[in-house]
Design a protein around this ligand. Sequence first.
Ligand SMILES: *Cc1c(COP(=O)(O)O)cnc(C)c1O
Length: 380
Amino acid sequence: MSGGFLPYGRQEITEADIDAVTAALRSTMLTQGPAVETFEHALAAKVGAKHAVAFSSGTAALHGAAFAAGLGRGDESIVPSLTFVASANCALYQGARPRLIDIDPETLNLDCEAAIRASGESTRTVVPVSFAGLPVELSGLDPVRDRVIVIEDGCHALGGHRHGRPVGGPGGADMTCFSLHPVKAMTTGEGGVVTTEDDGLADRLRMFRTHGLVKQGVEPGPDEGGWYMEMRELGFNYRITDFQCALGISQLERLDDSIGRRNEIAARYRELLADEDRVLLPPAAAEGSLHGYHLFVIRVRAGGQTRLRVFEGLRAAGIGVQVHYIPIYRMPYYRDGLGYPQNECPATEDYYDQAISLPIFPALADADLERVVGELRGLL
Ligand SMILES: *Cc1c(COP(=O)(O)O)cnc(C)c1O
C-alpha cells in the first residue's frame, strides 16, 4: 500500500467474507436467525470459553457485562484512567461510579496494587483493560477476586494469549468483552461479544441484550399460551444481525493469521527503531503470552511540543497516526460534569504527553513500515 494515506488501523475483507455475507442476505432471517448462535459457538470454541454472547457493539457488550455483574446505584467500578471512554461509561449507564485508577508505567495496564488499595465496600466490579493488546496480568487482582466481579475489557486483545491461555477463556476474568469494530483484530462492521464460564451471567447477558425478556421456563396464566413471555429486567435492544455474524464467522477463520501478521509488524518496527534513543518502544508480551497488537504505541521522550510536532508532521506526510487515549478524567463530561480530579494519575499523564500510535494492520507491507519510520526519524 506504499505511497497512499496509511490509517492507524484498517479492516481486511476477503472475497470469502463477501460471499458469506451475501449468502446470509439471501437467507430468510436477517436478524435473530441461526448465524448469531453459530458465530457465538465458533468464537467460544476459539477462546475455549463456555459461553459467548454477541452484542451490537463492544460498548453494548461492556454495558451488558456491567448489568450482569449487578452494578447499580451506590456501587463503584474500578477502571484504568488510560482506556477508551466506553470502559468507564458502562458503569455510568448503570447508575454506578467509575473509579479511575492510574496505570502501571511499565505495562500501561491497570496498576493492580493501586486498584486494590482504592477498593472498598462499594467496589463491585473491576474493569482491567488489556491495553494495546498486551494481556493484563490478572493475578494482580487475586486479593479481591472473592469480593468483586472482574470484567476484562479485552477489546484490544482478541486472539491474544495470557500465559498460554486465550484471552477470554477459562482462568481469566469473570467476563471478557471484545469489540468487533473495523479497526479491531476482526470485524462484523459494528459488534461485540462477552465470554464467560458462568451460566448465570450468560443468562443475564442474553436477557439484557433483548429488552430483559425471557421466553423459556416462564409460566403462562390459565388463558395465556404460546405467545407468553416476561420482561424481568430493564434491558435494551443490543442484538447483532445474522449478516454481521456471517461476516464474523468468516473473519474468525483468519484471526490467528491476523494476530500473527500484527506481531510480525511489531517486530519489524522494533528492529527499525532499535537504535532510536528519542523514542520509547511499547512493552512486549511476557514469555509464553501472545500480544494482540491492536495498537503499536511509541513514546516521544521529549513529549510536549516535540510530540505535537512529530504527530502533525506524520499526519501531513499521509500517515494516519493517532493518540490512544486522552485520559478519561480529562474529558469535559468527567472533568466538568462529574468533577473528576485531574492530578491523581501521574503515570497516565506522563504517557499522554508522549504517546503516538503508529499504523498497524495486516495489509501493511514492509515498505510501508520503512516509510513510517523514515518520516518519524526525519521529524525527530
Ligand atoms: C473499541 C473499544 C471499545 C468499544 O467498542 P465498540 O465496538 O467501538 O463499541 C471499548 N473499549 C476499548 C478499550 C476499545 O478499544
